[in-house]
Write a protein of this length. Structure first.
Length: 174
């Protein structure tokens, strides 16, 4: 009788351990699946870049600031970084800049600077196809405008995009 009782107890203990281990393994698998993003941040940003109109207002704003230096510039302090709702006496952002800012606010934070780099490259290639080929001041203004757009637009957790200035073709994001 004692042998049968021991055998039943051992069998129950074995099944208990087996089910407990299976449940634990399943939980671990689900936790791992939740933390691993099958689409990495670079791939996610690349997917957004492929949209034909992605950040078009930002590209237009950067282009306008670069080719028309006599236009009041956000970099000259003409437009303030405070939220217009907080200070109603601050001049409203131009509609194109406001559209750009709205798009940057909708962007994933990890994609803001890469998206601005991409937009700046588009502007640079447009400009180089035009009459102002290779003008270093023009390229510098493109870079400067794109670098400070997160700050101008009050994008949370990003003040400037750290593009490298020493690259011969265009500053790269790191």
């Amino acid at each position: 009788m004692a042998d049968k009782l021991f055998l039943v107890s051992a069998t129950l203990a074995f099944f208990f351990l087996l089910t407990n281990a299976s449940i634990y393994r399943t939980v671990v698998e689900f936790d791992e699946d939740d933390t691993i993003n099958p689409i990495g941040p670079n791939q996610k940003c690349q997917k957004e870049f492929q949209q034909t109109q992605h950040l078009r207002p930002c590209q237009q704003w950067i282009h306008m600031q670069a080719i028309q230096p006599h236009v009041p510039s956000v970099l000259d302090g003409e437009f303030h970084m405070e939220d217009d709702m907080e200070n109603p006496e601050v001049p409203q952002r131009p509609p194109l800049l406001q559209q750009c800012c709205n798009l940057l606010h909708q962007e994933d934070k990890i994609c803001v600077c890469p998206a601005l780099k991409h937009a700046s490259k588009e502007v640079k290639s447009q400009v180089q196809q035009g009459q102002q080929q290779g003008d270093p001041q023009l390229i510098s203004r493109i870079y400067e405008t794109a670098t400070h757009l997160p700050s101008i637009c009050n994008v949370q957790q990003i003040s400037v995009c750290p593009f490298k200035q020493d690259m011969p073709s265009f500053p790269s994001y790191y």
